[in-house]
Design a protein. Structure first.
Ligand SMILES: Cc1cc2nc3c(=O)[nH]c(=O)nc-3n(C[C@H](O)[C@H](O)[C@H](O)COP(=O)(O)O)c2cc1C
Length: 343
C-alpha cells in the first residue's frame, strides 16, 4: 500500500487529461527540494553524462518543461521533457487521452500539443542546472519541411538540454514515422549532425516498437553513421494486442502493460543489431524493478517509464531504483554497467 493508492480513486474520477493537468499543477506547487541520493551502484554513464539512477521519466508527461525539478526530486534519475515543436500547436481534438484501467494501459492521440520551443526554452533557462534533463524535439504537424523543424529544434533547445531526443516515432502526427524509413532517416540524421556543435549535448533517437525484420539493422547503421549517441526503444504502439477495456478501439498509441512484450522484443532486436556499439534506453510497459532489470540484462543502459505512473504513482521510480540496487547486490555486481546485456 502506498499513499498513491489512497488518492488514486480521486485521480481516476477525473477525465484523464484533466487529471494530468491537475497533477502537473500540483507538482508545480511542490517546494524546491534537494535532489535525492541514490545507492552508488546505480550511477551510470551514458554518452558522457552521469546518471545517478538509470530510471528516468519518459517524454510526454511534462511536455512543456514545467516540472522537471519536481520529478527529479520525487526520485527519477533523469527527466525527458517534450515533445516540443518549433511553433506552439493545439494537438488533436479532445478526448485524446484514455486510461485503460483493466489493462494497466493508456491510449493517447495527443498529437504533440505543446506551447512551442521558445516557451520551453524560457522556462528551462530559469532553472538552475542540476540533475539530468533531456529535451525531446519534434516537427509541427503543418510543417512544410519536417527535417528543417528538427534542425531548428537542435539549435533552439541545445543550450538548455543535457541531451536531445529526436522523436520520429509518435503515431499521432500523420506521416512522422516515415522519417524512420531508409533514405529519409539518413537525410534527417545528416542534417542534424551538421546542425550540432562540438560543445552541444548528445543526441538520442527515439524509435517505434512497430518495425519489421531488417529495420533494426538499417536504423542502427544510420544512427551510428549519423553520430547518434543512444537509441530510445520504444515509443507507443499502433498495434492492438488483446485488451479488455472499453477504450481498446480508440485510435492512437498504446502504452503501459500490453506494450511490454513488444518493447522488450524490439529492444532485443536492437541489441542484436548494435552489439554494444550504440547505448540503448528502454521504454514501454516498465512498471516494476523486475521489468527494469529484464531490460537492463537484455542490453538497456537506462530505462524510462510513463504509463505505470498513472497506476502506481510517482513513488514508483524510487522503488524501482532501490529494487535494482538490491538485485545488483544479490548478484555481487558493483554497477549497472556490469549488468547491461548480461542476460
Ligand atoms: C499521454 C502520453 C503522451 C506521450 N507523449 C509523448 C511525446 O510527446 N513524445 C514522445 O517521444 N513520447 C511520448 N509518449 C511515449 C512515452 O514517452 C513512452 O515512450 C511510451 O508511453 C512507452 O512507455 P510507458 O509504457 O512506460 O508509458 C507519450 C506517452 C503517453 C502515455
Amino acid at each position: 500500500m502506498t499513499s498513491y493508492n489512497l488518492i488514486r480513486p480521486l485521480v481516476f474520477a477525473l477525465d484523464a487529461e484533466q487529471a494530468h493537468r491537475a497533477t502537473i499543477r500540483s507538482l508545480g506547487l511542490l517546494p524546491r527540494r534537494a535532489l535525492p541520493a541514490f545507492p552508488e551502484s546505480l550511477e551510470t554513464e551514458v554518452a558522457g553524462l552521469r546518471f545517478p539512477s538509470p530510471v528516468g521519466l519518459a517524454a510526454g508527461f511534462d511536455k512543456d518543461g514545467e516540472v522537471p525539478d519536481a520529478m527529479l526530486s520525487l526520485g527519477f534519475g533523469f527527466v525527458e521533457v517534450g515533445t516540443v515543436t518549433p511553433r506552439p500547436q493545439q494537438g488533436n481534438p479532445r478526448p485524446r487521452l484514455f486510461r485503460l484501467a483493466e489493462d494497466e494501459a493508456v491510449i493517447n492521440r495527443m498529437g504533440f500539443n505543446n506551447r512551442g520551443q521558445a516557451n520551453a526554452l524560457a522556462r528551462l533557462e530559469r532553472r538552475s542546472r542540476r540533475g539530468v534533463v533531456g529535451v525531446n524535439i519534434g516537427a509541427n504537424k503543418d510543417s512544410a519541411d519536417r527535417i528543417a523543424d528538427y534542425v531548428a529544434g537542435v539549435a533552439a533547445m541545445a543550450p538548455v538540454a543535457d541531451y536531445l531526443t529526436v522523436n520520429i516515432s509518435s503515431p499521432n502526427t500523420p506521416g512522422l514515422r516515415n522519417l524512420q524509413a531508409g533514405g529519409e532517416l539518413v537525410e534527417l540524421l545528416g542534417a542534424i549532425s551538421e546542425a550540432r556543435t562540438s560543445q552541444g549535448p548528445p543526441v538520442f533517437l527515439k524509435v517505434a516498437p512497430d518495425l519489421e525484420a531488417g529495420d533494426h539493422d538499417r536504423i542502427v547503421r544510420a544512427a551510428i553513421d549519423g553520430r547518434i549517441d543512444a537509441l530510445i526503444v520504444a515509443n507507443t504502439t499502433v498495434s492492438r494486442p488483446p485488451l479488455k477495456s472499453r477504450f481498446a478501439g480508440e485510435a492512437g498509441g498504446l502504452s503501459g502493460a500490453p506494450l511490454k512484450p513488444l518493447a522488450l522484443d524490439a529492444l532485443r532486436a536492437f541489441r542484436i543489431a548494435s552489439g554494444s556499439e550504440l547505448p540503448l534506453i528502454a521504454a514501454g510497459g516498465i512498471a516494476s524493478a523486475d521489468d527494469a532489470w529484464q531490460r537492463i540484462v537484455a542490453g538497456a543502459s537506462l530505462v524510462q517509464l510513463y504509463s505505470a505512473l498513472v497506476y502506481h504513482g510517482p513513488g514508483l521510480a524510487r522503488r524501482i531504483a532501490d529494487g535494482l540496487a538490491a538485485r545488483l547486490a544479490e548478484r555481487g555486481m558493483a554497477s549497472i554497467a556490469e549488468a547491461v546485456g548480461s542476460g
